[in-house]
Design a protein around this ligand. Sequence first.
Ligand code: PMP
Length: 438
Amino acid sequence: IEKPASISSLLNKRYEHISPILSTSYKDPIYMVRSAFQYMYDAEGNTFLDAYNNIPHVGHSHPKVVEAAQRQMAKLNTNTRYIYDELADYAAKLLKHFPSNLNKVFFVNSGSAASDLAVRMANYHTKSNTMMVMESGYHGNTQISIDISDYKFNNTKGQGQKNHIIKAVLPDTYRGKYSAKDPNSGTLYGKDAVTQIKQSEHQISAFISEPILGCAGQVPLADGYLKEVYPAIRAQGGVCISDEVQTGFGRLGDHFWGYEAHGVIPDMVILGKPIANGHPMGAVVCTQEIAASFEKGVEFFSSFGGNPVSCAIASAVLEVIVEEKLQENAKVVGDYYRSLLKDLMQKYNCIGDVRGSGLFIGFDIVKDNTKTPNTALASHIKNELRNRHILVSTDGPFDNVIKTKPPLCFSKENAEKIVTTVSAILEEYYNNGAIFDV
Ligand code: PMP
């Protein structure tokens, strides 16, 4: 067997033609060669437990998904200007998961393209272009998506907030103005946002938010918030967009879509990542009225959006979610995983909060007994987990929240393995003098 190339020579090769702005994970990057379900394998034959990747939603290299891709690729792949079964069949299958008023879908090739299209469609429909966006939100890498992503434009290296953007305060009940102890915190945050809406000089075209903000550090919108904001946006002629790129397709356990937990129905929904288990696909789901406004403009065309192969793959993904009861698994395993992390939070004062829903979880690493972010310790935990062959990431404005959002086939044993490993890392950390707690 050939000895694997050294990581430094592989990095040199990568950066010969690839810009370093495309970063790698971990202090010690991993050379991956294979993956299956919730496991990934490096070139040295090590097995990594993947507690991070939510794109291979039903499991890495799921055989049913791989088979659907191979079969359709060998049979027909083309653009949407021919008639073929897969497009209409998949559209109908997907829309069965939505309420009846969300009955039109446009396919593209990424979450970013879907966000971009959704903004364009909202603007056509409302004849306005002012957008209300969520603090710390992220919606993609196109110019329009960056313009609505506080996570990017508000970065010290970002382009800044454009004039047509209104930013809502993140309704965060852990670190924010209104606390989880107040049962009306969501409503209070919502009322503040409604004041902003009413004070806007221009009609707001759309309000966009994720139900749980991944890049903010897995922060769920406080309960009751959207019930205030959605009607106020609509009252002044705007539409409401839910970005379900991270939270959709049953990941949250209790619901298939994140907005359902808030008792609202958006006018537009953005889909991506898990929709095709890693095959590049995105979609905008919307009402008949919004689609009709868009149809009055120039023709919409996407060479690859909704091609037969993408539709066959996405269709297999939906089938696997149902057949393998993955939403239920996300609920059962996710609840268990969070309960174990909450037990750990009682033991270690550096875990300030455990939050999320189903298999979309974050735990907030702080300086002991405070809410001050402990970025160095979060990085230490992430890198130590990596050294012990467990994959997670960190995020949030202070990069101190450990994000864990594994493939939905994750098991209770997998959750136990992670929590006992985090516990061992923290035990060693405290035994060594808790050096990051100063
Ligand atoms: N919306 C959200 C909430 C996301 O997390 C992302 C990607 N992280 C996107 C949109 C953009 O998706 P993509 O990277 O597939 O273009």
